[in-house]
Write a new protein. Structure first.
Length: 335
């Protein structure tokens, strides 16, 4: 293994290592798996439990998505670690096999953090349930103000740790480190300021890439709408909307910046079937060719949507590997 670059110089390789067909393909497969798991869990939960335990079903679905994302990033990290450490290249099959061998820590590590968040959230909700008790609730609940504020602060901190874990834990695990959560805590304490700087840089890169890809989709939709008029919306209205909404949901981590983006009028073009130019369009009595066109358009747009969601996630994963091995070169596996 050659001498590793460190810090910002290592991080500068983020684009050259992210634009990899096999990494993007792995991420697309991961999103598809997350999409299927999320849909199946919500469908089964809705069918069996109806609305009685909807929050619990949604929580289970989110946990499944987090686990699948960690497994996906583990496979991507395996490839990136080999590239950064100048080891023999790892193909897709090798990365997936390695991920399956390390599935236990890749699942358990984030679950520990998620469990903490759930416990803190339940405690917070219990206080709210106490507030629902007639008379007693109005008397007791106000005294929970400070404890609930502190509890909320802990929940936010736990989410930040989960974000840091999503960035670093797959690499820590695929680099062969034991006790990955302890290693994560030690790493964050040792490199706090430099890590914060590189984390901010990572989020900026992801937001910029998202904005660029969003603008491409928006431009495509706007030109099509101008050229085809109402017919564009009539065709698009026949596409399977559920595909887009679930893809957005399983990649929720990167949706927040876009919700406040200055593309507000057209930001729903990320989910093209929900797009509306703001004018009423009659979609009744359309012939079968509109449905055919909508389904075909929807399938291709679904593939594009997966690719658009996948690239920022790959960049996020690659950045985690570069940050960890850049700030801690000794952690790189030897050839």
């Amino acid at each position: 293994m050659g001498e590793l670059e460190t810090g910002g110089r290592t991080f500068s390789r983020i684009f050259s290592l992210s634009f990899s067909g096999k990494k993007i393909a792995i991420q697309i497969l991961g999103l598809l798996d997350a999409f299927i798991a999320y849909s199946v869990i919500r469908w089964i939960g809705g069918a069996l439990l109806q609305d009685a335990l909807a929050p619990a079903v949604a929580t289970v679905a989110w946990v499944a998505v987090v686990i699948i994302m960690f497994l996906t990033w583990g496979a991507i990290a395996k490839i990136t670690v080999a590239e950064v450490a100048e080891l023999p290249p790892v193909d897709m099959k090798g990365a997936i096999r390695s991920t399956l061998r390390n599935a236990s820590p890749l699942i358990v590590a984030p679950l520990k953090i998620v469990l903490i968040i759930l416990i803190l959230g339940i405690i917070h909700m219990v206080a709210g349930w106490i507030g629902l008790i007639p008379v007693v609730g109005e008397i007791v609940w106000p005294f929970f103000a400070i404890p609930l504020f502190l509890l909320s602060a802990l929940i936010v901190v736990a989410f930040i740790i989960l974000l840091c874990g999503a960035l670093l834990l797959p690499t820590i695990i695929m680099a062969g480190k034991e006790s990955p959560v302890s290693e994560l805590n030690d790493f964050l304490r040792e490199h706090t300021l430099r890590f914060i700087g590189l984390l901010v840089a990572t989020l900026v890169v992801v937001i910029v890439v998202n904005a660029f890809l969003t603008s491409v989709i928006v431009t495509n939709a706007m030109i099509s709408d101008r050229a085809m008029g109402d017919k564009y919306e009539q065709i698009v209205s026949r596409a399977p909307a559920r595909l887009y909404t679930v893809v957005d949901q399983v990649s929720f981590i990167f949706m927040a910046p876009l919700k406040s983006a200055p593309l507000r009028g057209y930001q729903t073009m990320l989910c093209p079937v929900t797009y509306s130019a703001g004018r009423p369009v009659d979609t009744t009595g359309l012939r079968w060719t509109y449905t055919f066109a909508g389904v075909v358009w929807g399938i291709f747009t679904f593939i594009i949507n997966l690719a658009i969601r996948s690239l920022p996630l790959v960049i996020f994963s690659v950045a985690g590997t570069l940050i960890y091995l850049g700030l801690k070169p000794a952690a790189a596996p030897k050839g």
